[in-house]
Design a protein around this ligand. Structure first.
Ligand code: CUO
Length: 736
């Protein structure tokens, strides 16, 4: 341990033998700066044993390290008596290469590294090996593996990993703004720095019709949700505990189906056609995407894909990818046959029935695919390789030494319009399976003697009920943890994003039984009319149903009035979880959630109690249309109370964090709803060509509503008071 004197006068040298697990989070900071450079708000440095230093710093290590130690407020000891496992396999990916979970070779490297980290017995060992590995390994690979490990190790799973944008802002921002960020951070002292405004719409001009959806595809929260979901549900690891989570295949289907429903609602809001599935892999892809992003790690721009590109066979030796379109078609045909016959083939060649309940879970694992697939050799890796085919469409044989486009990475894939064509393609096969299922009977979807007698919602400040109001909002994200080789201190990027005014549902339920009962309230929203103005039949509307909320309710005998705030939705994570400062937002008191039940939280506690996975709250309501356009987007809002006895999963939820369970499940627990995901809209109706109204039973209700969009931008006053005008402040107070 070097004796150091701090410029700030106080140096804390941890004398504890045991490494503090919170220090692991510092390893995510400034991924290109070596581990002995200051990390985190306390300018902590790891005291790296000289034998652990990478070759570049051997010999000069002591001088280099003491430069940073002198400025540090905390020195974190690192044990030098722990043997370092063989890292040859993960080291085979260069430090300045891209990393993609969709590429099988990269997945194997990640699985190996995860396995190495998981097997380390103590935090001391994990910290030592991670410190050794961090400055040698590819930073993306290291970040992914350490994130998965922290989420899954018993001794670290209560840590909150930083949002991906905080470590790698390059995957979320227009590359143009980095020069401005550097300038601001370098020239202006902390406290006087101004947020760098990210242009509202920068990836294409208005001539490009698909660009109308920039606010959905390029939304920070939507992309973070997708990244986080795939982090929570890895498709490959040596431990089945990490991959084979409860109903993970079904959740893959459902979460992506919901992204499609939401995207299609945005398209209808913009008077565009719903996303069309690719007719085949040989279709010319008309949608282009030019990401305007570049990587500081690889020093390369993300490749673009111009219009009218055709996919071709892939042969990229370096990535160990060799697959033809014909091979993909064989896998797709096999998968389609499984959906049509409700039979899957296992590795012995035996047929396994895909039943009405579990069939979708098996199909999800086969399609994605994960190592939970019944036979990966036979059914292939369709979904992941589809991403890879499109991600390498510009350089399928690596002739130009280009890496993958945005579709090759879960944190960026959602930006590309082709993502939705591909997922529409995938979803059509799941729907072959779903269409074959027997419609639910009245006993399954009804609730005897329970009547949902009335249902409405009111937006804060509105007199008229059943109108959603949407608008643009500006919010800030602190990027300082991801800006390598820049002066310390917060530096904010300011994003424009969709937002809605909060609202409250009021649901009246008559319990005509003489005893108290419980029910699950399920709320869904869907556009009412198609592209041509025709009212949707049930058959089409069920595919557009966006889940808005799902929660338990006590039903006393007689009338029950249930009021529920939009901010309580179990689909979403709070706004503060996306646009947060993880140090500032940490709650002081014990806010541990008891049993997953819904409670009121302070703003800070509310944000921090979530595990992190979940649809971003600011995107709960689709944009809708301006009032001048037919009075806004006409929708139907559906509510039902289902029988709790048929829904409830008996399990202890003590100590779990409040996940947005609808799309993410609950960490380390069973999916907390026995029904198939999407219930009651996951199957066709008995009268499938009827309207939603014809589907309704007494325990359900559906109302007409509108989403009215105002093309005005509001800055969040609580974040940056100094830059808000009075009008905006007033508006923002209404929002709070
Ligand atoms: Cu989440 Cu295609 O997986 O994306």
């Amino acid at each position: 341990m070097p004796i150091v004197a701090s410029l700030f006068g106080v140096v804390i040298v941890s004398t504890s033998e045991m490494a503090k697990k919170e220090n692991l989070l510092l390893l995510f900071d400034r991924p290109q700066e070596p581990v002995f450079v200051e990390k985190g708000p306390k300018n902590a440095v790891f005291d790296v044993p000289s034998k652990f230093l990478p070759d570049r710093f051997k010999g000069i290590g002591t001088e280099v390290q003491s430069t940073f130690s002198e400025r540090a407020q905390e020195i974190i000891p690192v044990r030098d008596d722990i043997s370092i496992p063989d890292l040859k396999i993960p080291l085979s990916l260069g430090r300045h290469e891209q990393f993609s979970l969709f590429i099988p070779r990269h997945r194997r490297l990640a699985a190996t590294l995860i396995d190495i980290f998981m097997k380390l017995k103590t935090i001391d060992e994990l910290q030592t090996v991670a410190v050794y590995a961090r400055d040698r390994l590819n930073p993306f690979l290291f970040n992914y593996a350490l994130s998965v490990v922290i989420l899954h190790r018993e001794d670290t799973k209560d840590l909150n990993i930083p949002l991906f944008i905080e470590s790698f802002p390059e995957k979320f921002l227009d590359s143009k703004v980095f020069a401005r960020i550097r300038e601001e951070a370098f020239l202006v002292p902390e406290g006087l720095r101004k947020p760098i405004e990210i242009p509202k719409s920068y990836t294409a001009s208005d001539e490009e019709i698909e660009h109308k959806l920039w606010y959905f595809r390029e939304d920070v929260g939507v992309n973070l949700h997708h990244w986080h979901w795939h982090l929570v549900y890895p498709y490959e690891a040596f431990s089945n505990l990490i991959v084979a989570k409860h109903r993970r295949g079904e959740l893959f289907y459902y979460m992506h189906e919901q992204i499609m429903a939401r995207y299609n609602a945005e398209r209808l809001s913009n008077r565009m056609e719903r996303a069309k599935p690719f007719s085949s892999l040989r279709e010319t892809i008309s949608e282009a995407y030019f990401p305007k992003m570049s990587s500081n790690i690889t020093s390369r721009a993300w490749p673009a894909r111009p219009s009218n590109v055709q996919l071709t066979d892939l042969n990229r030796g370096l990535d160990e990818i060799k697959i033809t379109i014909s091979e993909m078609e064989t896998f797709i045909d096999r998968f389609k046959l499984a959906c049509e016959e409700s039979l899957a083939r296992d590795p012995n060649g035996d047929k396994v029935h895909l039943d009405d309940y579990n069939g979708i879970d098996m199909l999800g694992n086969m399609m994605e695919s994960s190592t939970a697939s019944i036979d990966r050799d036979y059914y292939g890796d369709i979904h992941n390789m589809g991403h890879v085919f499109m991600a390498f469409a510009h350089d399928p044989e690596h002739r130009h030494l280009e890496s993958f486009g945005v579709l090759g990475e879960s944190a960026t894939a959602i930006r590309d319009p082709a993502f939705y064509r591909w997922h529409a393609f995938i979803d059509q096969y799941f729907q072959i399976h779903k269409e074959k299922l027997r419609p639910y009977n009245e006993k399954e979807i009804g609730y005897d003697s329970i009547v949902l007698s009335s249902f409405e919602f009111k937006t804060d400040g509105d007199v008229e009920p059943n109108i959603f109001n949407t608008f643009w909002q500006q919010s800030d994200v602190d990027l300082s943890r991801g800006m390598d080789f820049l002066p310390r201190g917060n530096i904010y990027a300011r994003f424009s994003h969709l937002q809605h005014i909060p609202f409250i549902y009021t649901i009246k339920v008559m319990n005509n039984r003489n005893v108290q009962n419980r029910g699950t309230v399920r709320i869904f929203l869907a556009p009412k009319f198609d592209e041509e103005g025709k009212e949707f039949k049930f058959a089409e509307m069920r595919l557009l149903m966006m889940e808005m909320d799902r929660f338990e309710a006590n039903l006393h005998p007689g009338e029950n009035v249930i009021r529920r705030k939009s901010t309580e939705s179990t689909v979403t994570i709070p706004y503060e979880q996306t646009f947060r400062n993880i140090d500032k937002d940490r709650p002081g008191g014990d806010q541990q959630q008891a049993g997953g039940r819904l409670q009121e939280f302070s703003r800070e506690g509310y944000a921090y109690d979530f595990c992190g996975c979940g649809w971003p709250h600011h995107m709960l309501v689709p944009r809708g249309a301006p009032e001048s356009d037919n009075g806004g987007l006409a929708c139907q809002l559906f509510a039902m109370v289902s029988n709790f006895d048929d829904d409830h999963v008996e399990q202890d939820l003590t100590g779990t964090c409040r996940n947005a369970m609808a799309y993410c499940g609950i960490r380390d627990r069973l999916y907390p709803d026995k029904r198939n995901m999407g219930f009651p809209f996951d199957r066709k109706a008995t009268k499938n060509d009827g309207s939603l109204q014809e589907f309704l039973l007494p325990n359900m209700n559906a109302i007409d509503c509108k989403i009215i969009f105002k093309d005005t931008t509001v800055e969040r006053a609580s974040q940056r008071n100094s830059n808000s005008d009075e009008k905006n402040k007033n508006k923002d107070n209404e929002l709070d």
